[in-house]
Design a protein around this ligand. Structure first.
Ligand code: ADP
Length: 246
């Protein structure tokens, strides 16, 4: 479908016969900020795992950029194709500076020796500074990452994904443990990022979703319960039932 960056068709993931994702169909458009919600065990993390290649679907197709079937590709191939995944816990290098963390991420593609001894090109430096600005960490560029707040570490990690120039970002509960102010800033950051990329976010913080979601997908028992704007899904009786157990 034109304008679709990711298309999931009839995707099923089984763990010893248990369907964590069950015949699921959805698509994400270019430039979309999509939130994936649902009760614990709904299959949200498994769905991100399928898209990034960590888990292979038993059936169905995972199609990136209209014609690339990524369902059987390796994780590193999917990264190279332009999908970046961030897990919940920040994993920045505390004893390196913010700049050095981004430098390491940018050098990754050139191998470990280049990353240890290589010099950045001026283009790469510019790119790092542009990303520092995007993630609001220009002033902290030369601070050790271990001195950053929890929120700042999360933004740095998002920056480390951005240096790879992904076209799609997968984020797992990016605002977990953040202050209200950090949560707000993260929402603005994701909005800015989604302007020229697609972002798919698994999230439990409903206030955050309400404030920033353009489109929400609600999962339950491996299936999509409903999709639409936050207003639409909130007023769907099936969603109320799943969340309140009525
Ligand atoms: P969510 O992220 O929505 O909380 P998950 O995707 O983590 O849900 O899990 C969906 C279901 O799949 C759960 O019942 C979980 O126990 C099961 N599951 C997830 N990963 C595995 C695995 N590696 N082996 C067996 N069962 C799993």
């Amino acid at each position: 479908m034109a304008g679709t960056i990711l298309y999931l068709e009839n995707v099923t993931v089984s763990f010893d016969g248990f369907k964590a994702v069950d015949s699921l169909n959805t698509y994400v458009k270019y430039g979309e900020l999509r939130f994936l919600i649902g009760p614990n065990g709904a299959g949200k993390t498994t769905l991100l795992d399928v898209i990034c290649g960590k888990v292979k679907p038993a059936t169905g197709r995972v199609v990136f950029k209209e014609d690339i079937d990524i369902g059987s590709k390796q994780e590193y191939e999917i990264v190279q194709l332009g999908i970046g995944r961030k897990f919940q816990a920040p994993s920045v290098f505390g004893n390196l500076t913010v700049f050095e963390n981004l430098e390491l991420a940018i050098q990754k593609e050139r191998g470990i020796w280049a990353s240890l001894f290589g010099k950045l090109t001026s283009e790469q430096r510019d790119k790092i500074f542009a990303i520092l600005e995007t993630i609001g960490q220009l002033e902290k560029a030369h601070e050790k990452a271990e001195t950053l707040s929890h929120g700042e570490k999360q933004w740095l990690e998002i920056g480390m994904l951005l240096v790879q120039e992904p076209e799609m970002l997968l984020l797992d509960e990016p605002v977990a443990g953040m202050t209200k102010k950090e949560t707000e800033k993260t929402g603005e950051l994701l909005r800015a990022i989604a302007k020229d990329r697609s972002v798919l976010v698994v999230e439990h913080d409903m206030e955050f979703v309400r404030n920033f979601a353009e489109k929400v997908t609600v999962m339950h028992e491996g299936k999509i319960l409903c999709e639409g704007s936050m207003e639409q899904v909130q007023s769907d009786p099936r969603v109320v039932e799943v969340y309140l157990g009525r």
